[in-house]
Design a protein around this ligand. Structure first.
Ligand code: UD1
Length: 417
């Protein structure tokens, strides 16, 4: 079983390029199915979740080929409209193929995604919106079967929560509707805007992405295009946490500053100096961090739930108390016990976690139990005295491309064995 060995206490320095966004790449890869053509995607991270999406595309009959961080996908011929259970199980977000299969084939069959390490992951918002668009959906024995009767009906979809996945599934279905679909209370995440930019380059007519109301005028045909995936704001946040936790100074290349709008104030409260010029963000951390007071996870543009764990790891050694309130997922404090094994002082009550900064963390054997929790353990281990062994690397490989290589290039003492 692979593990990471980290000897903490080394300062990081230099410059590093931030990888492309996982959460943009996955829906855009699914969206290529709508093009019935070749699309070229640049800046695609090499991740196991991306590989899982490619396996689904190939199963459906598409051609996909990778050359470093460029993916060329040809979806001109597809032979299936179902996704088997084993492929669905590899990645919960494969539910994003639902909308595209409906729009491309007029039908879709796949297993229900079920819960995951973050707790229950319902898809009721996806399904009720699709039903509103005239899709007939049957759920039986954990299987989902969807059929379009006549055509995809344009609708006014009011989401009761700005779900990222539901917004994406509705957009992907509505691009082929007969008329105009309006989504209100839509998710506003940058990955939604990236998906709309990709689809518009393919001939779709989407306005308002990035705002609460998205308007999608259906078109009869899309074509392929070349598109560059946006940088991963959560990987940027993780690197910033590692820089801050180790009192280091590093420049991140390929950052879109507005995507970090809720994160910047947290690092400033912690005493970090930040400067930004032409896509490069320099982060310089003080010897001792101050504790940010209150961090509440919210839909974008609020503080991202995906950054909660790495930033919590950063606060473990800061001066004072930080209160975290996790408002998006039920089971998103699995890293807390592991951080406490490294000497942190964190107490959890329901959706609230209180971090009381300690003087030192010390190396221990710990286990990643989910993707961002695993990243948090790396951040803590880099700032701990002595050696930490981290198991559970498959979680990390879902979202971080060659993370140990990236950190080693900045001077960290980190090895994968
Ligand atoms: C996406 C991201 C994930 C991020 C999350 C929130 C991808 C591949 N994943 O996940 O990294 O943590 O956004 O920013 O982009 N919900 C329902 N019913 C639904 C759908 C969602 O109750 O039909 C609830 C979920 O249980 C959760 C909340 O809404 O509590 C947010 O979920 P959602 O925004 O849909 O997240 P994902 O798209 O799954």
């Amino acid at each position: 079983m692979a593990k990471l060995l980290i000897t903490g206490g080394r300062k990081l320095s230099g410059e590093v390029k931030v990888q492309g966004s996982k959460n943009s790449t996955l829906p855009i890869l699914a969206a290529t199915l709508l093009c019935e053509d070749e699309s070229v995607l640049y800046n695609c991270p090499k991740l196991s979740d991306v590989d899982a999406s490619i396996r689904i595309l190939r199963y459906l009959g598409c051609k996909a080929q990778r050359s470093d961080n460029t993916l060329i996908v040809d979806t001109s011929n597809i032979t299936k409209s179902d996704i088997p259970h084993d492929l669905m199980r590899e990645m919960r977000s494969s539910i994003i193929f639902l909308g595209v299969l409906i729009a491309r084939c007029g039908r879709a069959k796949m297993s229900l995604p079920g819960g995951c390490e973050l707790g229950p992951r319902p898809i009721d918002l996806h399904l009720s919106a699709l039903r509103q668009m005239g899709i007939e959906i049957t759920e039986q024995h954990g299987e989902l079967e969807c059929v379009v009767n006549d055509f995809i009906k344009p609708s006014k979809i009011a989401l009761s929560f700005p779900s990222v996945g539901a917004t994406e599934n509705v957009m992907l279905t509505a691009v082929k509707a007969k008329g105009t679909t309006i989504i209100t209370n839509a998710a506003r995440e940058p990955e939604i805007t990236d998906l709309a930019d990709f689809l518009n380059s393919c001939g779709a007519r989407i306005t308002g992405a990035g705002e609460s109301t998205i308007v999608i005028e259906g078109v009869s045909k899309l074509h392929g295009c070349c598109h560059s995936i946006i940088p991963d704001r959560i990987v940027a946040a993780t690197l910033m946490s590692a820089i801050a936790a180790t009192s280091s100074s590093v420049t991140l290349d390929g950052v879109i500053l507005s995507h970090l709008c809720a994160l910047i104030p947290v690092f400033e409260q912690a005493g970090c100096e930040l400067s930004y010029k032409e896509g490069k963000l320099s982060v310089s951390a003080p010897y001792k961090l101050r504790s940010p007071k209150l961090i509440r996870t919210m839909p974008y543009p609020g503080f991202p739930t995906d950054a909660q764990a790495p930033i919590m790891a950063m606060t473990c050694k800061s001066n004072g108390l930080t209160v975290f309130v996790e408002n998006i997922f039920e089971s998103r404090y699995k890293h807390v016990d592991e951080l406490n094994r490294l000497g942190a002082n964190i107490k959890v009550e329901g959706k609230v976690a209180v971090v009381d900064g300690v003087k030192h963390l010390s190396g221990a054997n710990v286990q990643a139990l989910d993707l961002r929790g695993g990243a948090a353990l790396i951040v803590a281990a880099l700032s701990a005295q002595g050696q930490t062994e981290i198991l559970g690397l498959p979680y990390l490989e879902r979202g971080y491309e060659d993370f140990e290589v990236v950190l080693e290039s900045l001077g960290a003492d980190i090895k994968k064995i």
